[in-house]
Write a protein that binds this ligand. Structure first.
Ligand code: FAD
Length: 653
């Protein structure tokens, strides 16, 4: 079989976004020799695209803020399905992570008295997002990269080699986690430019690969986000948690078609932007759900006053959590009150002077000017929902970020499930990356050190390496594998059909019959994808890369569709037209997806074609009861809206 380059490390981090880099820094600082692998160039990850800011209750703009308020907001935003211990750790540790970033060189925007400035965002009771204009993610990644370079310089001084303890492998894709029994032994991957295979042996692997957006047609996500880490974990035997929860951000660009889905940051609304329909009405006032009624303004006048006097007024409903705003926009368009290109209007031009807009929202100003020829200082933007973020993910231990069931596997960032429940609040991702990236790095390093001390590091099995190489090479011989089945399938066509299916049938509003139809289509695509074929050779061949990514997108899409069909209620990023209300009986229920057919659905195997069987097995598990001192942070009247009867009974005992 192919000659495969091999190296030995203590910790391998797959992904160089905020979570991966923070994990790598921590693992290296705790003495682990650490390798980081990323699909694109070092420094280019979703985290760079983050605009609005990092949520942390530093209380710089409103001293009423503290971790308990942040915890409450996060649980409300997630409709109480959050893995509460993660939400607690996140709220407690986020400020420290932001200050730490500042000591590493991050330059945040300041308040008049020189502290880190914080802005308003949907679902956050106080101004809480530390930011750098609308380019916060760029500053976060720049700072973490700088930190990595400084650690490499330290290593050079000590060892004469910059990369002796911390090395970045850029433009490389991991396709398999290797294991001895269940224990992690390393990863298998390929260099995108040369197509050469490689193995990094390590007892600890941290998955930090971000999201799944490229399975949907309209998305704010870029080409890298094909659910690789979710699929790697599934294939290694770790379950995925609550995959039905996919966030459709309310404001993506809708025009021109070539840029449909690109994000319009929530800061536009946080800074005063308002949503109007084709009749000029601020329609969000018509869509405040009962659970939020007491917290949001009843009139435009009150909502407008809140920007200057938040202590004596309630916030405008444009700042409801994202799921609520996305559904409202969807409903307005469906009722025929949309904008010319199928969205609604988002207006800052009548709310702020032009120079303030250009200063506070520079990326948005340029984005609309250059991509749509719209001057947002003079006219309204047209916006509509776009697939943005996945709340579901690898099931992890809250404290250690260890993936369930696979010793040595850790996960952090968007790829990990639980933290955000059924819906993530804006700004809570960047803080999640830092809090749990650090924890994953720490526990991955400790685990690796333990195996090394005991002399029990798992060994790489050559047969697994050969199988991974054969799997990766399959698209070059698709026709030869099944000569009677006709010409090979085009990976681009398969991808388009997958995206259309997920967009139309498992999108923002879901119906039972459509999800069943989606599962049938996914079964068909799964069979056809085994015949995805490419021409040419392994040197930079994007068709081949996509053919390999299809395995991951199909697995993850099946998880989303199966879990969405199972959950017969509407909650956060999961809306069922046939079950339109949140059902308290579902509050303590987690849905776990695992691989039912590890062999991959070989030809002739009914699981490959039967949508009923599929490849994914679903299990319902009861969540761990929320700790009483955390429940005590909420009024009983509020809890009654969310918790199941048996949970409320438990509370009064
Ligand atoms: P990412 O930053 O997505 O990085 C993933 C890494 O994994 C990349 O390096 C990628 O190359 C690598 N990778 C993937 N697959 C493989 C593989 N198979 N092999 C090797 N490497 C792989 N959140 C906020 O909190 N505030 C905001 O203001 C905000 N704004 C946003 C704006 C936009 C346009 C978008 C798209 C998202 C925004 N988010 C925001 C969400 C947030 O940016 C992401 O959730 C977060 O950055 C994800 O970080 P991560 O470290 O988990 O992964």
């Amino acid at each position: 079989m192919s000659v495969v380059d091999r190296q030995e490390w203590d910790v391998v981090v797959v992904g160089a976004g905020g979570a991966g880099l923070r994990a790598a820094v921590e693992a290296r600082e705790r003495g682990a020799r650490t390798a980081v692998i990323c699909k694109s160039l070092f420094g280019k990850a979703h985290t760079v695209m983050a605009e609005g800011g990092i949520a942390a209750s530093m209380g710089n703009v409103n001293s009423g803020d503290n971790w308990q308020v942040h915890f409450r907001d996060t649980m409300r935003g997630g409709k109480f399905l959050n893995q509460w211990r993660m939400a607690e750790l996140h709220a407690q540790e986020a400020p420290q992570r932001v200050w730490e970033l500042e000591t590493w060189g991050a330059l945040f925007d300041r308040t008049k008295d020189g502290r880190i400035s914080q802005r308003n965002f949907g679902g956050h009771e106080y101004p809480r997002l530390a930011h750098v204009g609308d380019r916060t993610g760029l500053e976060l990644i720049r700072t973490l990269q700088q930190k990595i370079v400084s650690l490499q310089q330290e290593d050079f001084r000590e060892t004469g080699d910059h990369e002796s303890r911390l090395k970045v492998f850029q433009e490389c894709t991991v396709t398999r986690v290797l294991q001895e029994d269940r224990k992690v032994s390393g990863v298998f991957g390929y260099e995108r430019e040369s197509g050469r295979f490689f193995v990094l042996q390590a007892p600890s692997v941290v998955i930090a690969t971000g999201g799944i957006g490229k399975s949907f047609k309209v998305t704010s996500n870029s080409w890298e986000y094909t659910g690789d880490g979710h699929a790697l974990a599934l294939l290694a035997g770790a379950p995925l948690l609550n995959m039905e929860f996919v966030q459709f951000h309310p404001t993506g660009m809708v025009w021109p078609p070539s840029v449909k889905g690109i994000l319009v940051t929530e800061s536009v609304r946080g800074d005063g932007g308002v949503l109007r329909n084709s009749e000029g009405r601020r329609f969000m006032f018509d869509y405040v759900p009962d659970v939020f009624k007491e917290k949001y303004a009843e009139s435009e006048a009150e909502g407008d006053r809140w920007y200057d006097d938040p202590d004596h007024n309630r916030r405008p409903p444009e700042l409801l959590p994202r799921d609520e705003v996305a559904r409202a926009i969807n409903a307005e368009v469906k009722e025929g009150r949309g904008s010319p290109h199928g969205g609604v209007f988002l207006d800052v031009s009548t709310r702020m002077p032009a120079e303030v807009i250009r200063r506070r929202l520079p990326s948005m100003y340029h984005q609309f000017k250059e991509l749509a020829d719209v001057d947002i200082t003079a006219e309204a933007m047209e916006v509509g929902p776009t697939c943005h973020y996945v709340m579901g993910g690898i099931a992890v231990d809250s404290d250690t970020a260890a993936a369930r069931g696979v010793p040595g596997l850790f996960a952090a960032g968007e790829v990990a499930g639980g933290m955000h429940g059924s819906n993530r609040l804006g700004g809570n991702s960047l803080s999640d990356l830092l809090v749990f990236g650090r924890r994953a790095g720490r526990y991955a390093a400790e685990y690796a050190a333990g195996r090394t001390a005991e002399g029990t590091r798992a060994r790489v099995d050559d047969a697994q390496v050969d199988a991974a190489a054969a799997e990766a090479l399959r698209p070059f011989s698709a026709e030869a594998q099944e000569p009677d089945a006709g010409p090979p399938e085009n990976p681009y066509t398969l991808h388009q059909e997958l995206q259309q299916t997920m967009n139309d049938l498992v999108g923002i509003i879901r119906r039972e019959a459509e999800m069943k139809q989606a599962l049938e289509k996914l079964a068909e695509l799964r069979v056809r994808a085994r015949r995805a074929g490419v021409e040419g050779h392994r040197q930079f061949n994007p068709g081949w890369h996509l053919a390999l990514d299809l395995r991951n997108m199909l697995l993850v899409s099946e998880c989303v569709a199966r879990a969405a069909l199972e959950r017969t209620e509407s909650r956060g990023g999961h809306t069922r037209e046939d079950h339109p209300s949140m059902d308290r009986r579902w509050r303590p229920a987690n849905l776990l997806c695992s691989l039912a057919d590890p062999a991959g659905g070989a030809a002739g195997d009914p699981a490959a074609t039967d949508p009923e069987r599929g490849r994914i097995a679903l299990e319902r598990q009861t969540t761990e009861p929320i700790r009483p001192d955390l429940l005590a942070l909420f009024d009983k009247e509020e809890l009654v809206k969310y918790l199941a009867d048996e949970e409320l009974e438990g509370r009064s005992e």
